[in-house]
Design a protein around this ligand. Sequence first.
Ligand code: GH3
Ligand code: MG
Ligand code: MG
Ligand code: MG
Length: 324
Amino acid sequence: QRALASRRLGIADPLAAAAAETGLNGRILLIEDRPLIAERLTQALSTFHSIEVEPDAQTALARAAEGDFEIVLVSLDLQSYDGLRLCSQLRSLESTRNLSVLMLGEADDRRRVLRGLEIGAHDFLVRPIDRNELLARARTLVRRKRFAERLRDSVQSSMEMAVMDQLTGLYNRRYLDGRLAVLFDESALRARSLSLLILDVDHFKAVNDSWGHDAGDEVLREFSDRVRACTRGIDLVARMGGEEIVVVLPDTALEAARAVAERIRERVEGELFQIQDGARSIAVTVSIGVASRRAGDVGPAEMMKRADEAVYLAKAGGRNRVIV
Ligand code: GH3
Ligand code: MG
Ligand code: MG
Ligand code: MG
């Protein structure tokens, strides 16, 4: 059957037909310090997979961690290192634990092979190694690995989508609401200070009207980047909507928060926004309202209201300013 299929495809080797059908060409790291065996395995695999041989176990670990491999073939019979130990390291290190580990062992050493499976190696082959079996297992591991990767990516991206604003990469309103409530409670319980800033771009409508909506989007992205650059890792930066950003500052009292706001204001005003690949330079300014948690506050809403009123005053006072 395979032979027929491969002849139709014009490929002499029936295995090539299988590989062509599936497209499962993997990137393999072979850890083997006996040159002859390494050479034979390389020959067997290199038709369908890209393979790199590394004889030294420590170097191999580093290569596995940094390289773009999918499968690590580990000889359990290395001359200069314990192959089982290597399997265990590959499975436990954060940087390599996503790789598929395929062990190569001796037929009379099934105990070590079994031990390897317990440690977390994915599959094994014992000598004498059949080329077709080797290729089939490698293919299966590649398939499984890629499936797991796709799953991981899609879980991750849907988790991000739920909390992130797509245009700016900042947290979204929904996340802000939930997280701010938690930060408020924490700060009240521990009697720590908590401040927040509401930022509103000045005359942003005019940017859209003069240069178009896409230019406006670019300004929003650059604006977000500058705000983020002025904050610490523990601060929460979220897009509240439109051209308004909220920055929540844990463990920060009113005066320190005012200083952060002033730094942001200067950073925005200080340099023209280059957009459309430098075709346009736009002057942008921002009005900022600052508020802190007060003893009598029952929730974050009161703080938000005070910051919002401060923004209003900043606008009324001529914009491009910080009001506490
Ligand atoms: P002010 O100084 O009083 O804040 O003036 P303003 O023009 O910034 O205020 P206003 O709230 O009237 O306008 C905000 C504008 O932001 C209106 C809306 O079309 C625009 N906008 C909201 N979201 C987006 C967006 O995602 N992209 C773009 N390009 N524009 C947006
Ligand atoms: Mg606004
Ligand atoms: Mg407005
Ligand atoms: Mg505005």
